[in-house]
Design a protein around this ligand. Sequence first.
Ligand SMILES: [Zn+2]
Length: 245
Amino acid sequence: MICGMRSLLRALAITAAAAPLAHASPLLGEALAADPLPIPKVYLLYPGPRGTIFDVGCEALVKTPINPVAVEEAVHRAPELQALWDRGGPEYLAVTLAEIGVPFPYEEMQAALTVCPGVRSMSTPLMLNVRRFLSSAERRDPDWLFVETVYHELMHTYVRPVSAVSELRKKYATEDAVVLNHLHVMALERLVLSKLERADYLKRIGDDYRTLLAPAHKRAWTIVDEIEGHEPFIKELKELASRQR
Ligand SMILES: [Zn+2]
Protein backbone atom coordinates (compact mmCIF):
# COMPACT_ATOMS: atom_id res chain seq x y z
CA MET A 1 0.00 0.00 0.00
CA ILE A 2 1.19 3.53 -0.58
CA CYS A 3 3.13 5.23 2.18
CA GLY A 4 0.56 7.98 2.79
CA MET A 5 -1.25 10.49 0.67
CA ARG A 6 0.67 13.46 2.00
CA SER A 7 4.14 12.20 1.14
CA LEU A 8 2.86 10.90 -2.17
CA LEU A 9 1.48 14.28 -3.07
CA ARG A 10 4.58 16.08 -1.88
CA ALA A 11 6.50 14.02 -4.37
CA LEU A 12 3.90 14.91 -6.93
CA ALA A 13 4.22 18.62 -6.14
CA ILE A 14 7.96 18.47 -6.82
CA THR A 15 7.30 16.65 -10.07
CA ALA A 16 4.55 19.11 -10.95
CA ALA A 17 6.82 22.08 -10.42
CA ALA A 18 9.41 20.60 -12.75
CA ALA A 19 7.36 18.97 -15.51
CA PRO A 20 3.76 18.50 -16.61
CA LEU A 21 3.50 15.06 -15.01
CA ALA A 22 3.85 13.26 -18.31
CA HIS A 23 6.01 10.60 -16.68
CA ALA A 24 4.11 10.05 -13.45
CA SER A 25 4.88 6.71 -11.83
CA PRO A 26 2.27 3.91 -11.75
CA LEU A 27 1.83 4.70 -8.06
CA LEU A 28 0.93 8.27 -8.83
CA GLY A 29 -1.28 7.03 -11.60
CA GLU A 30 -3.17 4.98 -9.06
CA ALA A 31 -3.84 8.01 -6.90
CA LEU A 32 -4.49 10.46 -9.69
CA ALA A 33 -6.26 10.50 -12.99
CA ALA A 34 -4.54 8.56 -15.77
CA ASP A 35 -4.00 11.77 -17.69
CA PRO A 36 -3.37 14.45 -15.05
CA LEU A 37 -4.73 17.89 -15.70
CA PRO A 38 -2.20 20.72 -15.93
CA ILE A 39 -1.58 22.68 -12.77
CA PRO A 40 -1.80 26.45 -13.24
CA LYS A 41 1.24 28.54 -12.39
CA VAL A 42 0.47 31.29 -9.89
CA TYR A 43 2.55 34.47 -9.89
CA LEU A 44 2.46 36.69 -6.81
CA LEU A 45 3.06 40.36 -7.58
CA TYR A 46 4.24 43.11 -5.25
CA PRO A 47 7.02 45.03 -6.97
CA GLY A 48 9.32 47.44 -5.13
CA PRO A 49 9.60 50.03 -3.91
CA ARG A 50 5.94 50.71 -3.11
CA GLY A 51 4.07 47.53 -3.99
CA THR A 52 1.14 47.76 -6.37
CA ILE A 53 -0.65 50.76 -7.85
CA PHE A 54 -3.62 49.67 -5.77
CA ASP A 55 -1.61 50.02 -2.55
CA VAL A 56 -0.19 53.39 -3.64
CA GLY A 57 -3.80 54.61 -3.87
CA CYS A 58 -5.05 52.61 -0.89
CA GLU A 59 -4.89 55.40 1.68
CA ALA A 60 -7.12 57.71 -0.38
CA LEU A 61 -9.48 54.85 -1.14
CA VAL A 62 -10.09 53.46 2.35
CA LYS A 63 -9.40 56.73 4.23
CA THR A 64 -7.00 54.87 6.52
CA PRO A 65 -3.21 55.23 6.52
CA ILE A 66 -1.31 52.33 5.02
CA ASN A 67 1.62 51.13 7.13
CA PRO A 68 4.86 51.89 5.20
CA VAL A 69 6.71 49.24 7.22
CA ALA A 70 4.19 46.64 6.05
CA VAL A 71 4.63 47.79 2.44
CA GLU A 72 8.40 47.46 2.76
CA GLU A 73 8.17 44.03 4.36
CA ALA A 74 5.68 42.78 1.75
CA VAL A 75 8.01 43.94 -1.04
CA HIS A 76 10.89 42.19 0.69
CA ARG A 77 8.96 38.99 1.41
CA ALA A 78 7.09 38.64 -1.89
CA PRO A 79 9.69 36.19 -3.27
CA GLU A 80 9.48 34.18 -0.04
CA LEU A 81 5.69 34.03 -0.28
CA GLN A 82 6.05 32.95 -3.90
CA ALA A 83 8.38 30.14 -2.79
CA LEU A 84 5.90 29.11 -0.09
CA TRP A 85 3.16 28.80 -2.66
CA ASP A 86 5.42 27.01 -5.15
CA ARG A 87 6.34 24.47 -2.46
CA GLY A 88 2.90 23.89 -1.00
CA GLY A 89 0.29 25.05 -3.49
CA PRO A 90 0.64 22.58 -6.35
CA GLU A 91 -0.30 19.61 -4.15
CA TYR A 92 -3.59 21.31 -3.22
CA LEU A 93 -4.29 21.86 -6.89
CA ALA A 94 -3.12 18.39 -7.94
CA VAL A 95 -5.51 16.71 -5.50
CA THR A 96 -8.36 18.99 -6.53
CA LEU A 97 -7.95 18.50 -10.26
CA ALA A 98 -7.47 14.75 -9.88
CA GLU A 99 -10.57 14.42 -7.70
CA ILE A 100 -12.89 16.64 -9.70
CA GLY A 101 -11.59 15.96 -13.20
CA VAL A 102 -12.39 19.46 -14.45
CA PRO A 103 -9.46 21.52 -15.80
CA PHE A 104 -8.56 24.81 -14.18
CA PRO A 105 -9.77 27.49 -16.63
CA TYR A 106 -6.42 29.31 -16.91
CA GLU A 107 -2.85 28.13 -17.41
CA GLU A 108 -1.54 30.84 -15.13
CA MET A 109 -2.85 33.38 -12.65
CA GLN A 110 -1.40 36.64 -11.43
CA ALA A 111 -2.23 37.55 -7.84
CA ALA A 112 -1.54 41.04 -6.52
CA LEU A 113 -0.46 41.16 -2.90
CA THR A 114 -1.80 43.99 -0.75
CA VAL A 115 -1.34 45.34 2.76
CA CYS A 116 -4.17 47.85 2.39
CA PRO A 117 -6.12 47.99 5.68
CA GLY A 118 -9.64 46.59 5.57
CA VAL A 119 -9.22 45.06 2.12
CA ARG A 120 -9.97 41.37 2.21
CA SER A 121 -8.36 38.79 -0.03
CA MET A 122 -10.55 38.25 -3.06
CA SER A 123 -10.73 36.13 -6.18
CA THR A 124 -11.73 38.70 -8.83
CA PRO A 125 -9.57 40.67 -9.16
CA LEU A 126 -7.23 38.20 -7.54
CA MET A 127 -5.77 40.00 -4.56
CA LEU A 128 -4.21 38.60 -1.41
CA ASN A 129 -3.98 40.66 1.76
CA VAL A 130 -0.76 39.52 3.42
CA ARG A 131 -0.72 41.82 6.45
CA ARG A 132 -1.51 38.95 8.80
CA PHE A 133 1.49 36.99 7.54
CA LEU A 134 4.01 39.79 8.23
CA SER A 135 6.16 40.21 11.32
CA SER A 136 4.41 43.55 11.91
CA ALA A 137 1.06 41.76 12.36
CA GLU A 138 -0.55 41.95 15.79
CA ARG A 139 -1.18 38.21 15.64
CA ARG A 140 0.94 36.69 12.90
CA ASP A 141 -0.67 33.78 11.08
CA PRO A 142 1.33 30.69 10.07
CA ASP A 143 2.82 30.46 6.60
CA TRP A 144 0.76 27.40 5.65
CA LEU A 145 -2.36 29.52 6.04
CA PHE A 146 -1.08 31.83 3.32
CA VAL A 147 -0.89 28.87 0.94
CA GLU A 148 -4.37 27.79 1.97
CA THR A 149 -5.69 31.32 1.44
CA VAL A 150 -4.29 31.43 -2.10
CA TYR A 151 -5.93 28.06 -2.73
CA HIS A 152 -9.26 29.34 -1.37
CA GLU A 153 -9.24 32.34 -3.71
CA LEU A 154 -8.27 30.22 -6.73
CA MET A 155 -11.14 27.86 -5.97
CA HIS A 156 -13.66 30.69 -6.28
CA THR A 157 -12.56 30.89 -9.91
CA TYR A 158 -12.49 27.11 -10.31
CA VAL A 159 -16.04 26.47 -9.03
CA ARG A 160 -17.67 29.32 -10.96
CA PRO A 161 -19.23 27.08 -13.67
CA VAL A 162 -21.18 25.12 -11.03
CA SER A 163 -23.28 28.10 -10.00
CA ALA A 164 -25.51 27.88 -13.08
CA VAL A 165 -26.36 24.20 -12.58
CA SER A 166 -26.11 23.50 -8.85
CA GLU A 167 -29.21 22.05 -7.22
CA LEU A 168 -27.63 22.72 -3.83
CA ARG A 169 -27.36 26.42 -4.61
CA LYS A 170 -31.06 26.31 -5.47
CA LYS A 171 -31.78 24.55 -2.19
CA TYR A 172 -30.06 27.38 -0.31
CA ALA A 173 -31.18 30.14 -2.69
CA THR A 174 -32.52 32.32 0.12
CA GLU A 175 -29.07 32.56 1.69
CA ASP A 176 -26.78 35.54 1.16
CA ALA A 177 -24.73 35.47 -2.07
CA VAL A 178 -21.51 35.28 -0.03
CA VAL A 179 -22.81 32.10 1.59
CA LEU A 180 -23.70 30.56 -1.78
CA ASN A 181 -20.35 31.51 -3.31
CA HIS A 182 -18.52 29.71 -0.53
CA LEU A 183 -20.36 26.38 -0.48
CA HIS A 184 -18.33 24.56 -3.15
CA VAL A 185 -15.10 26.37 -2.22
CA MET A 186 -15.36 25.25 1.39
CA ALA A 187 -16.33 21.73 0.29
CA LEU A 188 -13.10 21.60 -1.71
CA GLU A 189 -11.09 22.86 1.25
CA ARG A 190 -12.64 20.16 3.43
CA LEU A 191 -11.99 17.49 0.80
CA VAL A 192 -8.40 18.47 0.02
CA LEU A 193 -7.26 18.97 3.60
CA SER A 194 -8.76 15.57 4.45
CA LYS A 195 -6.95 13.95 1.51
CA LEU A 196 -3.70 15.63 2.56
CA GLU A 197 -4.26 14.33 6.11
CA ARG A 198 -4.16 17.86 7.53
CA ALA A 199 -6.76 17.59 10.28
CA ASP A 200 -4.90 20.37 12.11
CA TYR A 201 -5.25 22.77 9.18
CA LEU A 202 -8.89 21.82 8.75
CA LYS A 203 -9.60 22.53 12.39
CA ARG A 204 -7.93 25.94 12.17
CA ILE A 205 -9.80 27.09 9.09
CA GLY A 206 -13.06 25.77 10.52
CA ASP A 207 -12.43 27.71 13.73
CA ASP A 208 -11.66 30.86 11.71
CA TYR A 209 -14.82 30.50 9.64
CA ARG A 210 -16.91 30.00 12.76
CA THR A 211 -15.44 32.81 14.83
CA LEU A 212 -13.22 35.34 13.04
CA LEU A 213 -14.74 36.05 9.67
CA ALA A 214 -18.05 37.46 8.49
CA PRO A 215 -21.30 35.69 9.50
CA ALA A 216 -21.70 34.51 5.89
CA HIS A 217 -18.51 32.47 6.20
CA LYS A 218 -19.80 30.90 9.39
CA ARG A 219 -23.10 30.04 7.77
CA ALA A 220 -21.45 28.53 4.67
CA TRP A 221 -19.09 26.46 6.81
CA THR A 222 -22.00 25.25 8.94
CA ILE A 223 -23.83 24.08 5.80
CA VAL A 224 -20.77 22.31 4.42
CA ASP A 225 -19.34 20.96 7.65
CA GLU A 226 -22.40 20.15 9.72
CA ILE A 227 -25.55 20.06 7.59
CA GLU A 228 -24.64 18.56 4.20
CA GLY A 229 -21.02 17.39 4.48
CA HIS A 230 -18.68 18.19 1.61
CA GLU A 231 -19.59 15.15 -0.52
CA PRO A 232 -22.78 16.43 -2.23
CA PHE A 233 -20.98 19.62 -3.31
CA ILE A 234 -18.03 17.62 -4.59
CA LYS A 235 -20.45 15.40 -6.50
CA GLU A 236 -21.87 18.45 -8.28
CA LEU A 237 -18.38 19.59 -9.23
CA LYS A 238 -17.54 16.13 -10.57
CA GLU A 239 -20.69 16.20 -12.66
CA LEU A 240 -19.31 19.27 -14.41
CA ALA A 241 -16.60 17.01 -15.82
CA SER A 242 -19.16 14.76 -17.53
CA ARG A 243 -21.02 17.82 -18.89
CA GLN A 244 -17.77 19.02 -20.46
CA ARG A 245 -17.06 15.72 -22.25
ZN1 LIG B 1 -13.88 33.33 -0.20
